[in-house]
Design a protein around this ligand. Sequence first.
Ligand code: GLN
Length: 534
Amino acid sequence: MTKYIFITGGVVSSIGKGITAASIGQILKSRGLRVSIQKHDPYLNVDAGTMSPFQHGEAFVTEDGAETDLDLGHYERFIDINLTKDNSVTTGKIYNTVISKERNGDFLGKTVQIIPHITDEIKASIKRLNKPEQPPLDVIIVEIGGTIGDIEGLPFLEAIRQFRNDIGKENVLYIHVSFFPYLKTAREIKSKPTQHSVKELRGIGIQPDLLICRSQSRLTDSVKEKIALFCDIPKEGIIEAEDAVSIYEMPIILEEQGLGNFIIKMLRLPVQKPDLKEWREMVHRLYHPEQKAVVAIIAKYVRQKDAYLSVNEALIHAGIYHNCQIEIKKIDAELLSKGDLKKVLKGIQGILIPGGFGAKGVEGKVGAIEYARENKIPFMGICLGMQCALIEYARNVLKLSEANSVEFEPNTPHPIFQQLEILKNINGKREMIRLGSHSCHLTKGTLAYKIYQQDQVQERHRHRYVFDNQFLPKFEQAGIIFSGVNLEDNIIEVFEINNHPWFIGMQYHPEFKSRPNRPHPMFVSFLEAVMRKC
Ligand code: GLN
């Protein structure tokens, strides 16, 4: 029978609930258990597709094309399985389903209410992670977004409260992740905010079994005793999660305090010894680099720490592989002018331009790509970055000085990127977008083929515009090698240039498939070229 772990957060947001959920997943997976993780986001957006990266960081794209909260990226990276749209639940999605059912007459005239109809749908969405065609999961971990006390989180908390009664005490565990501020003037770590947060949870009817304490320094025994007493949690259920140098150390920190065994005992799971050997070795390599490289990410949302999270992580993964510490320098494309490039890019060994939408900063990116191409700096262009690289080539090598994507300049005389035909055709009012996993055929003899060592790969996408194949012969004559193509829809996926240490653009997002123990080959190869420049 599947066991359930519900994770809530207290006191402040951004305390690392996602990393905690992912780490618990890893700890349980290391015991041979089948685990999945689901995120519940109490906002009204149906998915993260329309949300600004300024507010929520990147949208993480799954194999099946769901645009989700970035925590799903952490889950995939920590438990190393592909998640689906079912792993992401939002208030918008729940209401959408319930309201459609109501319109359909499914409730047979009943008054449709938050309890039980919304809470029932929340519970059903949790159970839906178990698929009839697959053996049941051993553990489903559910992270409830937001902080205890938020109005919008209440239906989710009510649903998980009911869950324990529905399926039995021994099958459900509640974990509360809370923050313990350090007060400089008192020279003390304070537990009162957490006491209040737990009080609030208990008011809703949830008694946490375990407390993960986020703090900047160690908790004293007396603080732990105080929390145990006031929050009614056994002392062994009070686990510290001090700030770590890397998020990847977190499973080890939690495991060493007995978290895994405590969960196993509470949920009466079959006992197996954890095998974190590979994970530990990976963290060891991360903490003992032999070299350092500086990579510039030139983009739009550079002030938001998480806007390019998966790209950051994918670079770090490749660094772990090469024993190389990566320093990432984020550069605001909007503030970049040609004259500054030499100064701004001094000391940088590689340039990466990630995905994005809209014209803002495009000219800065195009200028930086020209600089990378001419000065033989390794360059990786992802999605919008790839589009900008072909625009640069068209303008400066093909001499089509006004070449552009119709996304940035609808009236360009040389529209080398056009809106996808298949999308235009199925367009109602709303613009559609090419999402999720699609195949890419690689041409033998190209660098891309050498990197993947196979001629057919699947990669994740999130875009509306594609290279207009009318221009293909012109680009080929001018030295562009189109090394990857989607054969079903004849869409250019990868291009590269010769006579350069490393210059590849790809329409897809390799970063979504990179894992700390299985770095993406594109990033591994890019970093190899970057390191040669050190
Ligand atoms: N804006 C571009 C498009 O829609 C690129 C998208 C992206 O980089 N994710 O095609």
